[in-house]
Ligand binder design. Structure first.
Ligand SMILES: CCCCCCCCCCCCC[C@H](O)CC(=O)SCCNC(=O)CCNC(=O)[C@H](O)C(C)(C)COP(=O)(O)OP(=O)(O)OC[C@H]1O[C@@H](n2cnc3c(N)ncnc32)[C@H](O)[C@@H]1OP(=O)(O)O
Length: 694
């Protein structure tokens, strides 16, 4: 709810993190109190900057909390303590500083605001008044009456067009040695006009005429009078008394109801209830995502034991999630069942069973029979044909892919997979549901692996070919981590689990009993194939969850990856079995082969019309694979390297490995180079085929 970090060695940066507007909920107040305590007691810290995440300082008190018993640290003493502190505190204001957010800014010793920031007290529109010292401090700062813009009034100390937080940090460093007394707004005296009574009487008359019977503006005028005529400690007491009268009034309840009603009315909610079939890791995460936004969920499993395990896990996740967000767990939204017949009335179903087409088809056939005709049927398949599933239902236009990424309640990406028969309304509903769940939703076409996994294949293939040729998992991972990935390809695969890919390879005839016995060694379906990943899985090594994969871990579920002599041994045996002479491989070759193959597939995806634009692919990789943000995503990275160079290197590598089609430069890449290398934003203009929905 607030992040605490030390910047420039001596400035404590406190960032409020309560989306969407960083309202000061009880959890946020608690986090501010804790962070301030840290900052004031740490001798390294000489100044403090308070800012808000995602371009919004603070939208005020959390209005939703007004409906229940008040919890958490009260705002007034918290703010008084910030003002009284002996280290300079600077507010870095971007977006909004409203109500309690503005009051927080007013207790800071300095205020830096972005030129587009909005500061103010909208409390009267909620039937209350600024009751954390706002009425008392603002008037001490700007006097009565006041008009004109913030800087002229002296509300803010600096207006900036730059990042307000960075400017505030520099400002804070300069403020360190300066005296704080005159910066404590509550210590100032309110500048009053000589005819204060007449002025306030006139305003009262105006208010009564304009808003007859409305209490809050009149209470505000009384608070202004207190600020003008009383010392701060008496003024704040008066402000509190006025608030106490307003707070529980019918007017305040009505106005706050209107605030939320207005926002609720703007929401076109198609999905009120949903079902999740399969309570494995993915299913549980998806169920939590749905409940988190108030959708009631029927969770289905095939066996009693699995259902009970799933139920306990979901409840645990919901409770932890609710605790973290300072809300109560929405357990009442859940029903757990073994019967698909319980799904007859739901608005949407998300199937999350094993990645097995025959099983999924059986589920979709059954859903067609039990669900009402308007129910949307979604699959979380990570790459199977969505249209093949649509084909076994009585409503192919209502079938769509909703491809979440593990862990689903954490990962931001959602691929909405548009089958050729999915209707626009179905796709729009899935996209808007994704947005409602806080996901970054990207519409993609229905091709094997969709976008993320289709691109991942050449990336992982290159990594495994490099293993064959002489590299080790740790060398490849290190090169990719040095490039900027938080985890290299093998550590990432161990985290995700190796068995899913193994099952997909079996399903597509690359491994197992369907393999053509005539295929030459290390070749499948006419191209190079590395058997090492299958051999690792055959030993029951599925990654972190089994305590071993490409690395060894101290226990099942362990995260501390150590190089495993068993894997080294396997690699050596493999190379000697197939007569491969290992060679030294440079980090440059690792990065180029993995990342250029990745981008090359991206060009192929664009060309096939399976993604609408390169930006979509980059967003998928930023949010769905942890591509280093400072590299911009695989397509942007290719453009930064220079498409001509990418093309040349791919040609070089393809010449060296002609049995690897993924290294053959895509025609779109060649076209873009031939037509003068347009910027990423213009690539779309050179694509001939476009999926009708993208
Ligand atoms: C005996 C009894 C004693 C009683 C004493 C009681 C003492 C109580 C404590 C006193 C302390 C007082 C502190 C303070 O003075 C009081 C306040 O701060 S009241 C809040 C003041 N702030 C506001 O009024 C701002 C309201 N919000 C807005 O105007 C707009 O939302 C915005 C911030 C300008 C953003 O606008 P948009 O970008 O258009 O977005 P939306 O309006 O759609 O909002 C997005 C989303 O955010 C939710 N939201 C916004 N503000 C708040 C908020 N302050 N609290 C909770 N939620 C907020 C909004 O509802 C939307 O969510 P959705 O409804 O869509 O889920």
């Amino acid at each position: 709810m607030a992040r605490y970090e030390l910047v420039k060695r001596s400035v404590a940066l406190i960032t409020l993190t309560n989306p969407p507007v960083n309202a000061s909920s009880s959890a946020v107040r608690h986090a501010i109190a804790k962070s301030m305590k840290c900052a004031l007691s740490d001798p390294e810290v000489t100044a403090v900057v308070i800012c808000g995440e995602n371009g919004s300082f603070c939208g005020g008190a959390d209005i939703r909390e007004f409906a229940g018993p008040l919890k958490g640290p009260p705002l007034v003493p918290l703010l008084d303590a910030i003002e009284a502190g002996e280290k300079p505190v600077v507010a870095a204001i971007e977006g909004v500083a409203l109500g309690g957010g503005f009051e927080l800014a007013l207790v800071c010793h300095y205020r830096i605001a972005h030129s587009k920031a909005r500061l103010g007290f909208p409390e009267v529109t909620l039937g209350i008044l600024p009751a954390a010292g706002g009425t008392q401090r603002l008037l001490r700062l700007i006097g009565i009456p006041a008009a004109a813009i913030s800087l002229k009034l002296g509300i803010v100390d600096q207006v900036t067009e730059q990042n307000a937080c960075e400017v505030a940090v520099e400002f804070a460093l300069r403020a360190v040695a300066k005296p704080l007394l005159s910066r404590r707004v509550s210590m100032l005296t309110t500048r009053c006009p000589p005819d204060l009574d007449a002025l306030l009487d006139a305003v009262t008359m105006q208010v009564k005429k304009k808003a007859p019977g409305v209490m809050a503006p009149l209470a505000c005028i009384q608070a202004v009078r207190a600020a003008a005529t009383m010392p701060y400690y008496k003024g704040i007491k008066r402000e509190g008394e006025l608030m106490a009268t307003l707070f529980n009034s019918g007017q305040a309840w009505a106005l706050q109801y209107c605030f939320f009603a207005q926002r609720t009315a703007g929401k076109w909610t198609l999905i009120r209830s949903a079902a999740v079939i399969g309570l494995g890791t993915m299913g549980r995460g998806i169920a939590v995502c749905l409940a988190r936004v108030g959708i009631s969920v029927i969770a289905v499993e095939s066996e009693k034991k699995l259902l009970e395990t799933g139920r306990q896990m979901v409840i645990g996740m919901l409770e932890r999630d609710a605790k973290r967000r300072g809300v109560s767990a929405s357990l009442n939204l859940f029903k757990f069942t073994l019967s698909l017949h319980d799904l007859k009335d739901v608005d949407l179903v998300i199937e999350v069973v094993f990645e097995d087409m025959a099983l999924k088809k059986r589920v979709f056939q059954e859903l067609s029979k039990v669900c009402r005709p308007a129910t949307l049927l979604c699959t979380n398949t990570s790459g199977l044909d969505v249209d093949a599933l649509a084909g076994v239902t009585d409503r192919p236009h209502l079938v769509v892919g909703m491809h979440f990424f593990s862990p689903a309640h954490v990962m931001k990406l959602l691929e909405v997979v548009c089958g050729p028969r999915s209707s626009s309304e179905t796709i729009a509903t899935a996209m808007s549901l994704g947005k409602r769940m806080g996901k970054v939703s990207v519409a993609v076409g229905n091709c094997p692996g969709f976008v993320r996994n289709r691109m991942l294949k050449p990336y992982i293939d290159q990594a495994t070919f490099l293993l064959e040729e002489g590299a080790t998992p740790e060398q490849i991972d290190k090169a990719l981590e040095d490039f900027g990935f938080a985890m290299g390809v093998f550590r990432m695969s161990d985290l995700a689990g190796l068995d899913v890919g193994w099952r997909v390879r079996k399903e597509s005839g690359l491994n197992g009993s369907d393999v053509d016995p005539e295929s030459p060694p290390r070749r499948r379906q006419g191209r190079r194939y590395c058997l090492i990943p299958d051999m690792v899985c055959e030993q029951g090594r599925f990654g972190q969850k089994t305590g071993g994969g490409w690395y060894m871990y101290d226990k099942r579920g362990g995260t501390n990856a150590k190089p495993d002599p068993l894997i080294q041994n396997l690699l050596e045996t493999y190379r000697s079995k197939y007569g491969i002479q290992p060679r030294n491989i440079s980090n440059q070759e690792i990065v180029e082969r993995c990342l250029f193959a990745l981008a090359n597939e991206g060009f192929g995806i664009l060309e096939d019309g399976m993604a609408a634009r390169p930006e979509d692919i980059d967003v998928i990789y930023l949010f769905g694979y942890g591509f280093p943000r400072h590299r911009g995503g695989p397509m942007f990275y290719a453009s930064m390297v220079g498409l001509e160079r990418v093309l040349k290197r791919l040609e070089h590598y393809h010449q060296a490995h002609p049995d690897v089609p993924h290294l053959k430069p895509s025609p779109l890449l060649k076209t873009l180079v031939a037509c003068g290398i347009p910027p990423v934003q213009k690539w779309r203009e050179h694509i001939k085929t476009m999926h009708s929905h993208l």
